[in-house]
Design a protein around this ligand. Structure first.
Ligand code: GRF
Length: 198
């Protein structure tokens, strides 16, 4: 079967990246990790890529805090295209993507977010759910568009908020579910890619 060439973008600890690379390594995911890119020089996600022997790049983000400088975003497109990436997987990438990436990889960029979107986009979504007194929250995988944590939803998983939950305990349960949900969605996309195109 054709293997889906993916590129993973992240800014942090990379636990989602790790499970994805593990599943590829074990043969459960018919994908091929072509490149891991981070906007943070010492991000653990780059160490994880090295551990799995995956090409990895630090991309200096430029002057802005919440986005890449446009010229740098164009470089990112070139890097991913040179690596023949078909699906861009955001795994804790803390910058909003704009036209260069969205145009080049239209409907070929996915993200995972720790809430049941459209509820609680933005930072520390599990804290937002706790503060709002919700009974359930969860995680969502969605296609990426120009708005933050927005775009067609591919799949969601629910987590019950327990009376004694702290933000740490709730976040840990959400992350455990993310580690099931993200590979499952990517597996479905791999299957689609195996039969036709994405
Ligand atoms: C995840 O919780 C994801 O929902 C959010 O960023 C976090 C990344 O975690 N978008 P990790 O770096 O994969 O551990």
């Amino acid at each position: 079967m054709k293997r889906l060439p993916i590129g993973i973008l992240g800014s942090g600890k990379g636990s989602n990246c790790r499970v994805i690379l593990e599943r590829i390594h074990s043969g459960e995911l018919a994908a091929e990790a072509r490149l891991v890119v981070s906007d943070v020089l010492d991000a653990p996600i780059l160490d994880i890529a090295r551990e799995f022997g995956v090409a990895n790049v630090y991309l200096p983000p430029g002057r802005f805090r919440t986005r890449l400088e446009p010229e740098i975003e164009k470089q990112l497109v070139t890097m991913l295209r040179d690596a023949e990436v078909e699906l861009v997987v955001l795994a804790g990438f803390m910058r909003v993507l704009h036209e260069p990436m969205l145009k080049a990889f239209s409907r070929h960029i996915i993200n995972i977010h720790p809430s049941l979107l459209p509820k609680f986009p933005g930072l520390e979504a599990w804290k937002q759910a706790l503060a709002a007194g919700e009974g359930t929250t969860g995680c969502t995988v969605h296609y990426v568009d120009e708005k933050i944590d927005h775009g067609q939803i591919l799949a969601q998983r629910e987590v019950t908020i327990l009376p004694n939950d702290t933000s740490e305990s709730l976040h840990a349960r959400i992350q455990a579910l993310e580690h099931e949900l993200y590979p499952a969605v990517i597996a479905a996309l791999c299957q689609k890619y195996g039969q036709e195109n994405l």
